[in-house]
Design a protein around this ligand. Structure first.
Ligand code: ZN
Length: 310
């Protein structure tokens, strides 16, 4: 079976402890992996997700204490959207009021009920009420009761000068099809993928280019079932779109290639395998600092420079 849809979203945050508090306590996500940025091992890499850390539920951050705020603009992800059960929006509005989380009035988009809000770095997020998902597993190990818990990603939206060029990549390579339009927004869906199955492309209309910083999405990763499926997508990118990816990088929990799509957003294609239980038991995910084998000899030094988040 093909697996398509969003695999994970990676963003840039300010102080690590504030990021950890917001996503695990306020949003009630599970910290499924505490590791470092493999390309910059003095920086944490936090992975938040559902109980099992399934593809399509994973939001990850590189927290840098002193990073300047980003400026939202074209060529960038605008909003990262989670699914919640249909009856949960009222709970979340009240929770955001109590916790002082900046949010907007509940609105309708594509016939769905949406609650937009921001994290402490100003990253734009939203919850969408989805009927019939109350029985899907959430994470009830945090402060949010299971009945209201987040059930993975609904979608991401990208702001682009030319939505057609990016749409062609979604359609021809990443397993998505256009399913609707509303205003300047074109919606793409990955078959019957329920979690992380939607990408919205919005025409920028002359917006300034983005400037990355705290609160910015760094890249969007799309799913490939395994290495063979990934290789096929890499070949289609080269043959049909003249886009050359990086070589495959081993990210321990998945294997990835990266490319900049025509709208300048950094895309990744990540394998579903091996997953987050490859180096620690599923029931204690995220508790210990995990390092890839090549960094293990430097553990003492790395632990010394990482900020204290305990
Ligand atoms: Zn990634």
């Amino acid at each position: 079976m093909r697996s398509n849809g969003i695999h994970h979203v990676t963003a840039i945050a300010g102080p690590a402890r504030r990021n950890l508090d917001f996503y695990t306590r306020v949003l009630g996500l599970r910290l499924v992996k505490k590791t470092v940025n493999f390309d910059d091992p003095g920086t944490y890499h936090f992975y938040y997700g559902d109980e099992a850390g399934q593809p399509g539920t994973i939001l990850t951050f590189f927290p840098w204490a002193h990073v300047a705020p980003g400026r939202l603009g074209s060529g960038e992800t605008q909003e990262t959207v989670f699914r919640v059960p249909e009856g949960a929006i009222g709970y979340w509005v009240q929770r955001f009021v109590e916790k002082g989380v900046p949010h907007q009035a509940v609105e309708q988009r594509f016939g769905e009920t949406v609650l937009a809000f921001k994290d402490p770095d100003g990253m734009r997020l939203a919850l969408v009420a989805v009927p019939g998902i109350g029985n899907e597993p959430g994470w009830a190990g945090g402060d949010v009761p299971a009945e209201h818990a987040i059930r993975g990603f609904h979608s991401v939206s990208l702001l682009l000068e030319d939505t057609a060029a990016t749409g062609a990549i979604l359609d021809d390579v990443l397993g998505f099809k256009e399913i609707g339009r509303e205003g300047a927004m074109v919606r793409y869906r990955a078959g019957d993928t329920a979690i992380g199955g939607i990408v919205d492309l919005q025409a920028a209309g002359g917006a300034l280019p983005s400037r990355p910083g705290a609160g910015s999405v760094h890249h969007i990763a799309f799913r490939a079932a395994d290495d063979a499926a990934q290789a096929e997508m890499v070949k289609r990118l080269a043959d049909n779109h003249r886009l050359i990816t990086t070589e495959q990088k081993d990210r321990a929990y998945f294997r990835s290639v990266y490319f900049r799509e025509p709208g300048r957003v950094l895309f990744e294609i990540a394998t579903d395998i091996p997953g987050f239980a490859v180096d620690e038991p599923a029931d204690t995910l995220g508790r210990a600092l995990k390092l890839p084998r090549f960094l293990e000899p430097h553990r003492a030094e790395i632990e010394r420079v990482l900020p204290d988040v305990a």
